[in-house]
Write a protein that binds this ligand. Structure first.
Ligand code: SER
Length: 332
């Protein structure tokens, strides 16, 4: 049986990961940790326990761990890259101070800890294509600085204190459930919302801006599988490159047009996001994750696009127009 605390359970990843973990471990406590003002609602609230856990308050983390006999903590509290640039002090306080609080509680109480890192942990000096697992990490954003610090601190706690810390470097995550807030990769979520609603999409990044992206079901599976991996096979811990697809705005727009032919996209560049995206890799090499814990993505751009459009149509009560014949025919 597992008892799990998710810190940041109402956020972009947490809201889905909490539900998935409750299905995965039905006999245990999967506790939705939330901050005031972002309380769980609906199914998230009703399907299991929740507890106020502000990651900047170590006593609250310890209280939730004690109350529910927690053995594993998913630390998902963070400010995303663009919003972190506006509030760097807070980004550090949550990303590094919060992680330190979590690791200290984990050390005292014997918990495992998952803390996501990101493609944002790389910088302009990093090899851009097929970015290796072990390479230069000199990010220029505060988000990236907190992620590299988090990777190092988590490895330190594993080596020095035996805390079972594990992590993956998430690409931009795409989902129809909880929208991201303030990231550089958010456009790849927003574009689907506009397309399904029949609105023109104003893309904040220029053509040719490639970044790694991933559909949320693959990301959730990665977060669960890395924590279940056989520790004797892990040569790395914090943090594994994982990948499933890489595209630029033109490629995703063309893919959407295969299913929504009249979708329109124009460009209205956001200089901050463009600068951040230009400093991140185009695509990651995830062969270490494949070797050490059998990581395999399931969704490519086409499968993700079909699923996103179908779910967003349901979400907004928009009927699917008659599907073009060729979209229904197998490609072989
Ligand atoms: N999705 C994040 C961001 O854009 C990167 O991990 O900030």
């Amino acid at each position: 049986m597992k008892n799990i605390l998710i810190i940041g359970a109402t956020g972009q990843i947490g809201s889905e990961l909490t539900m998935r973990l409750r299905k995965e471990y039905p006999g245990g406590n999967v506790v939705a940790g939330f901050i005031r003002g972002a309380e769980p609602k609906g199914e998230l609230l009703e399907s299991g326990p929740s507890h106020e856990v502000d990651i900047t308050n170590p006593a609250q983390i310890a209280e939730a761990v004690d109350k529910y006999n927690v053995d594993t903590i998913y630390n998902l509290a963070a400010l995303l890259s663009a919003v972190a640039e506006a509030r760097p002090q807070l980004a550090w306080k949550i990303g590094v101070g919060g992680l330190y609080n979590t690791l200290e509680v984990a050390r005292e109480k014997g918990c495992g800890v998952f803390t996501p890192s990101s493609i944002g942990s790389f910088g302009p000096d990093t090899p851009r294509d097929n970015t290796p697992q072990d390479t230069l990490q000199r990010p220029e954003t505060i988000y990236g600085v907190t992620k590299v610090t988090g990777e190092l601190l988590s490895d330190y706690y594993a080596r020095r204190f035996g805390v079972d810390t594990r992590s993956v470097r998430f690409p931009g995550l795409i989902s129809y459930v909880t929208p991201p807030g303030g990231g550089t990769t958010d456009y790849a979520v927003d574009i689907y919302y506009s397309a399904v609603k029949g609105e023109e999409f104003k893309c904040p990044l220029k053509p040719g801006t490639f970044m790694d992206m991933m559909y949320m079901p693959d990301a959730l599976r990665a977060a669960i599988e890395i924590m279940e991996a056989d520790p004797t096979r892990l040569k790395h811990r914090n943090s594994f490159n994982i990948a499933s697809m890489s595209f630029d705005p033109e490629i995703i727009a063309a893919k959407i047009r295969e299913y929504i032919p009249d979708f329109r996209m124009t460009y209205e560049l956001d200089p901050l996001r463009q600068k951040i995206a230009d400093s991140w890799p185009n695509s990651l090499d995830d062969s270490c994750a494949r070797r050490e814990w059998d990581w395999r993505p399931e969704y490519d751009l086409d499968a993700m696009t079909r699923d996103m459009i179908a779910h967003l149509r349901t979400k907004f009560g928009i009927a699917a127009p008659e599907v073009r014949k060729e979209a229904l025919e197998p490609a072989f």
